[in-house]
Write a protein that binds this ligand. Structure first.
Ligand code: HC0
Ligand code: SF4
Length: 574
């Protein structure tokens, strides 16, 4: 251990800790813009400069290691002056359109400008238009991600999240140097023309509004306000363990009941659970797997509910398309049932004044779900997709006091019941664990196979495997970079019977539409909450979902039936 003082407070740290770690341990606040816990730091914003006794000049706290005996000062008049000048320079290149900005109220730069009472003292230098007028500044062509580089503060975190340290996709990189540095796509293409998979990891780390999800909440709030259509909303498994963070709650707080009450106050007529369709997915996908095992065809089966993964396969590995499950994702299944199943019919003809289907919205932790909802073959299922962050914006816009809401909200039925197996879909490894739980029942091994498959769980990027005795070996890829590694050679073709891929590290709970967080433990805490919900569920295998059983008995005959195929299955682009 090494010792240091921060503004006179003693701390002890592990070798290799940074000055920023020391300050956080001493509970001393240092402003940052280009720092993010999981990603390499380039110390470009210089906001975290501190004075340290072992160096002649101020050092960036995020990148400089503590030396034993260091005396660290974070609050001298010189440092404060420097930070203000640094921010004035950024402010001179930043548009003053906070009132219109989608991240108004949650922008790190806006917070700093407000905290330091900065005024616009230098003439505005519009971003890019002087140094490099050729670069595209705004790009709204992607169904999932909007870019506005006039707001970029050059932190470089988007390129890191999309590059080696994150998704290993390298869609965004830096062009130009010095004050003209700008994150661009290859050949400055529109994002929709690149190999972007819409995962949204870049939006999670952007400290300003330069990269955001394609907003749908304006359309949703106006449609609800007009009250001309019967409206239904479904909420994904990973949203309920994260939305509380937007209202100051601890990561991992379970907010299911509060969220349901907020959705009702926003004006939704029906509040349903995507988890219902996750249980249904297991019935369809599990049956598909057993059929393929019997026929020795298109094995291993790959899960198909992560749209970032599907986008990646279509772009890079069309040879894998026959291996994908044809089962629609739970979002799309739920939308199809809400719009065209018995529920919709139960509403009666002419229920929606000029509309013959309910208005269907989903709340997802994922930006790629916006893209998925527009795919050919499924685009009739869901009208608008909100991220967890967008739902929080709507709640704030309507002045709903989320923290003061009762926790007693309950989903509507049918389409609202679910098991613990559905809830764990929101965590990496969860879909495979849910498949195995129900497959154990199908093959008569429910008593001999375990309920919990800890070897498939965890937040860290990587490949995990498990052997199901008598059936075969399964794998999960936690993050798209892990899938790229698994597919780098051909051994997966013979080794596994089924493979789950989630493009975002941690699974949906780490999705690009979740609340932004600087807590290094945030994914772990959300994951614990997901397994806690599962553990406390009275039913933990998907086939036990009574409404799913009723659905087959009254509407769909049996899993993989012709009726089920019509509503619940899809195809992929060659
Ligand atoms: Fe997921 Fe889903 S579990 S992809 O991660 O399968 O987004 O939370 O809603 O559709 O259920 C995301 C989360 C879902 C879907 C489900 C699956
Ligand atoms: Fe890269 Fe994902 Fe952002 Fe696309 S959405 S640029 S793939 S991080």
């Amino acid at each position: 251990m090494i010792k240091a003082t921060v503004n006179g407070r003693n701390v002890e740290l592990e070798q290799g800790a940074t000055l920023l770690d020391a300050a956080r341990l001493a509970e001393v606040h240092i402003p940052t813009l280009c720092y993010y816990p999981r990603l390499p730091t380039h110390a470009v914003c210089r906001m975290c400069l501190v004075e340290v006794s072992s160096a002649p000049k101020p050092q960036p706290a995020c990148k400089t290691q503590v030396k034993d005996g260091d005396i660290i000062v974070t609050d001298s008049a010189k440092l404060e002056e420097f930070r203000k000048t640094d921010m004035q320079w950024l402010l001179a290149r930043h548009p003053n359109d906070c009132i219109r900005c989608e991240v108004n109220g949650s922008c790190q730069f806006q917070n700093l400008v407000s905290e330091y009472q900065l005024e616009d003292v230098w003439p505005k230098l519009p971003r890019g238009s002087i140094q490099h007028p050729e670069h595209r500044l705004t790009d709204h062509t992607s169904p999932s991600i909007w870019r506005d580089l006039s707001k970029c503060v050059e932190c470089g975190l988007c390129a890191e999240a999309c590059g080696d340290a994150g998704q290993n996709l390298h869609i965004i990189g830096f062009a130009e140097r010095s004050s003209g540095r700008i994150p661009v796509t290859v050949f400055d293409q529109e994002l929709s023309q690149t190999d972007c998979i819409s995962c949204g990891q870049c939006t999670l780390v952007c400290p300003v509004g330069a990269l955001i999800e394609t907003p749908h909440w304006h359309d949703v709030i106006h449609t609800l306000d007009s009250h001309r259509r019967v409206s239904a909303v479904q909420v994904a498994p990973a949203t309920r363990v994260a939305i509380g963070e937007e209202f100051g709650m601890k990561p991992g707080t379970i907010s299911t009941g509060r969220m349901i009450n907020a959705l009702r106050q926003l004006g939704f007529d029906y509040v349903f659970d995507t988890n219902f369709a996750a249980d249904l997915t297991i019935m369809e996908e599990g049956t598909e797997l057993l059929a393929r095992l019997k026929e020795h065809k298109n094995l291993p089966l790959f899960t198909s509910c992560c749209p970032g993964w599907i986008n990646w396969v279509e772009i890079h590995r069309p040879d894998i398309l026959p291996h994908l499950s044809t089962t629609k994702s739970p979002q799309q299944m739920h939308g199809a049932l809400t719009k065209r199943g018995a529920f919709a019919k139960s509403l009666g003809a002419g229920f929606a004044e000029g509309e013959d289907e309910p208005y269907v919205v989903s709340v997802m932790p994922c930006t790629a779900k916006k893209d998925e909802a527009q795919r050919p073959g499924v685009s009739e299922d869901v009208d608008h997709v909100l991220t967890t962050r967008e739902l929080a914006r709507m709640i704030k816009a309507r002045g709903i006091k989320f923290n003061a809401l009762e926790e007693d909200g309950e989903f509507d039925n049918p389409l609202g019941e679910s098991t613990g197996a559905a809830q764990i879909f929101g965590a990496s490894g969860g879909v495979m664990e849910a498949v195995v739980r129900t497959a154990a029942h199908f093959i008569g091994e429910e008593d001999s196979l375990p309920m919990d498959w800890h070897q498939l769980r965890g937040v860290h990027q990587g490949i995990k495997t498990a052997e199901i005795s008598g059936v075969g070996k399964v794998a999960i890829c936690n993050g798209i970079a892990a899938a790229q590694r698994l597919l780098a050679d051909e051994s997966w073709r013979d080794e596994f019977i089924a493979i789950e891929v989630m493009a975002c590290v941690g699974g949906c709970l780490g999705g690009g539409g979740e609340p932004k967080s600087m807590d290094p433990q945030v994914l772990q805490k959300r994951m614990q909450a997901i397994y806690q919900i599962d553990q406390n569920s009275p039913r933990r295998r998907s086939y036990e979902n009574r409404d799913v059983q009723t659905l087959y008995a009254t509407e769909l005959d049996q899993p993989n039936s012709a009726k089920a195929h019509k509503l619940l299955h899809t195809h992929y682009a060659p």
